[in-house]
Write a protein that binds this ligand. Structure first.
Ligand code: ADE
Length: 235
């Protein structure tokens, strides 16, 4: 998988991505990251990439030309004519685990991060294939949202999580929240680890975890729990 990120803050993307699991996946050649600084495609000697909005209103809008030229560069680097272009925007489709799985099947993704009040609609119409929102709140720019997408896609790539843990092990985690987990010591602040987890009976442990996952989902995310029941015809 290759990520090409169009951004005004390449350092923000590179620093965050090149750490931890995603950084290791990049070092191991499972994923590659490249950034294109939209500022390098500014329209004048002042480095301008934004301008006032037609029709008035507060704030500045990113102009078509710098965004388009940065996109052409990213497309050339991605070497993929049909590469999807994902625009991070609070007006996008809500991002889900399903979408992460879909993106993880692509050879390359171009991710466009906006700033200021947004980007001129005409260039968006021309280049964007997917509008994605990571939640109903507004960030100062698309970089944190792009990192959310890149992180969640990378962990699904074969080998990214190392040998002993695979996203496939989370058999029901895509529908239910995860069960509570414990490590040593067995007693901490007078709280004991549930006895069943010490029993060595794998079947019982699995049943316990499933029960806990259901209970937790019902309590914390009732709408997710309803969806889970409906999918199984329990209603
Ligand atoms: N850019 C600003 N806010 C955003 C959000 N909630 N999701 C995706 N991109 C964004």
């Amino acid at each position: 998988m290759r990520f090409e990120v169009l951004t005004l803050f390449p350092g923000m993307i590179e620093t965050a991505f090149m750490n931890g699991v995603t950084g290791r996946a990049a070092s191991n050649g499972i994923v590659s990251l490249d950034t294109v600084n939209i500022r390098d495609y500014c329209v004048n000697n002042y480095g301008s990439v934004d301008d006032y909005t037609y029709g008035g209103g507060a704030g500045m809008l990113m102009m078509c030309e710098p965004v388009y030229n940065a996109y052409l560069e990213a497309k050339k680097k991605a070497g993929d004519e049909a590469c999807r272009v994902v625009y991070m925007t609070p007006q996008g489709e809500p991002y889900t685990q399903e979408k992460a799985a879909e993106f993880s099947k692509e050879e390359a993704l171009i991710i466009l991060c906006g700033h200021y009040e947004g980007i001129d609609e005409r260039v968006l119409e021309e280049i964007v294939t997917d509008n994605i929102s990571i939640g109903d709140y507004v960030l100062t720019g698309g970089e944190l949202a792009a990192l959310v997408v890149m992180d969640s896609v990378t962990r699904l790539l074969p080998g990214a999580l190392g040998n002993d843990s695979s996203p496939d092990n989370e058999s029901f985690s895509e529908e239910l929240l995860e069960y509570p987990q414990y490590t040593r010591p067995g007693v901490w602040h007078e709280k004991e680890v549930p006895e069943i987890l010490l029993s060595g009976d794998h079947k019982k442990v699995d049943q316990y975890r499933m029960r806990e996952a259901r209970r937790r989902t019902k309590e914390r995310r009732p709408e997710l729990y309803e969806k889970y029941l409906k999918k199984r015809g329990i209603f």
